[in-house]
Design a protein around this ligand. Structure first.
Ligand code: URA
Length: 424
């Protein structure tokens, strides 16, 4: 068997066998295949898909490509959350400490940015000193002691995903249901939590552009979870416009801090409270409404923010040194009217180009750059009023590229709901 034969088979829309999928993933782990063949296979999968069995075998082969984590020495209920990725999605930064303040255990391994979407680890690394790599013992000790740690996926945890993720990011092969489902579920299954919660983003700023595909992805992940006996719940949420106002690493950390203090943007607060209510009520003896109410207490008493501060400090981070660029440019509206649409994908790409994300595998992130929206869908804007503040480093922007991301009309439109559906 050769990878070329497998590639031919997928090109002709045939299903791959378990043996062929294991040959690919195991051989890749041994460095037997060149990146161009792996990338071509990824593209064939994007174009021709994979059925349920292939997706399961791919997940399983990836899951066993490295070590798995045993969290049994952590006392209490271990919860894990994942997002399929969006623009301005800083939910993990807020949710992880908030859940810990409810007594749940969050031993979380997160990823870097993928395509136009940001990654939690890049965001955390914008905090000077924050160590995203902890040895296993320190990770478990920290979760036992303070309830939460967010680190990067270690080199040995699903190394197959690490390799594929980096290739997919730069070969336009991100948006495929079997590739996304196997990537997410292999990591989540290897990470050892008792309960998985997945936020499937839907809309132009997300990997899933419509509800139908998002449902398919959610069902695929739940099916995989069921085959391993792992309780998996998905929430489908709106990513037609960016989440919150901030896009870019350090800017998003700042917005996450405001949310933990109870003063975050309305949409971020709504989403956090809903997800927390669901997770807490499914894992503890408390109703969803009660858990939602308790979130406000955690914000108002400072309990949620203190958990975040504690986590950052334990991992060496210094929040007093969080920096936003001082090379600032204001983009102003050319006309008056209601903002009826914001192109989240377009803004995500602009943020990526000015350095908030990567265009090649080797690119270094500029943590201090990004975009801060001043208007969201439904808001009225005057002529010449500020729409976006852009924080730049060594790259420039074209004002029209940003203006083109905003649709401004005389009449307001009906806003889409933030939360579409919960599937379990
Ligand atoms: N998140 C992941 O971890 N993997 C994907 O493929 C997409 C989003």
């Amino acid at each position: 068997m050769t990878l070329l034969e497998i590639l031919e088979k997928k090109k002709k829309k045939n299903s791959l066998t378990e043996e062929e999928i294991r040959f690919w993933i195991e051989g890749m782990g041994k460095g037997l295949f060149p990146d161009y063949q792996i990338s071509a296979l990824l593209m064939a999968i994007v174009l021709n898909g994979m059925d349920e069995e292939e997706t399961f075998y791919l997940t399983d082969a990836m899951l066993h490509s490295g070590e798995t984590i045993d969290l049994s020495s952590i006392e209490g209920i271990k919860v894990d959350k994942h997002s399929t990725g969006g623009v301005g999605d800083k939910v993990t930064l807020i949710l992880a400490p908030l859940l810990a303040s409810f007594g749940l255990k969050v031993a979380k391994m997160s990823g870097r940015g993928l395509g136009h979407t940001g990654g939690t680890i890049d965001k955390l690394e914008s905090i000077p000193g924050y160590q995203v790599e902890l040895d296993r013992e320190s990770f478990i000790k920290q979760v036992n002691e303070i309830g939460v740690s967010v680190i990067s996926q270690s080199g040995n945890l699903v190394p197959a995903d690490k390799k594929l993720y980096a290739l997919r990011d730069v070969t336009a092969t991100v948006d495929s249901i079997p590739l996304i489902a196997s990537s997410i579920m292999s990591k989540k299954l290897a990470s050892g939590a008792d309960f998985l919660f997945i936020d499937v983003k839907v809309g132009n700023g997300a990997l899933m552009k419509n509800l139908e595909d998002a449902k398919k992805l959610a069902q695929t992940m739940i099916q995989i979870g069921n085959r391993y006996g792992k309780k998996t719940v998905c929430i489908l949420t709106n990513m037609e416009e960016p989440l919150g106002y901030a896009i870019g690493n350090a800017l998003e950390v700042e917005e996450a801090i405001h949310t933990l203090q109870g003063t975050g943007p309305e949409d971020v607060m709504e989403l956090i409270i809903k997800i927390t209510g669901l997770i807490v009520s499914k894992t503890q003896d408390i109703s969803c409404e009660e858990a939602e109410q308790q979130c406000f207490k955690k914000f108002n008493t400072g309990a949620a923010y203190q958990k975040f501060e504690e986590m950052v400090k334990r991992q060496g981070g210094d929040l007093s040194r969080l920096e936003i660029s001082n090379r600032i440019f204001s983009v102003r509206s050319a006309k008056a009217g209601y903002v009826t649409k914001i192109n989240a994908l377009g803004l995500g790409e602009i943020a990526r180009k000015i350095g908030a994300g990567r265009l090649t595998k080797e690119d270094k992130i500029h943590y201090q750059v990004g975009l801060l929206l001043h208007k969201k869908v439904g808001d009225f804007v005057e002529v010449n009023e500020e729409l976006v503040k852009v924080y730049l480093d060594d790259k420039d922007i074209k004002v029209n590229d940003i203006l083109d991301c905003f649709t401004i009309e005389e009449e307001p439109t009906q806003k889409e709901p933030l939360i579409y559906e919960i599937i379990d």
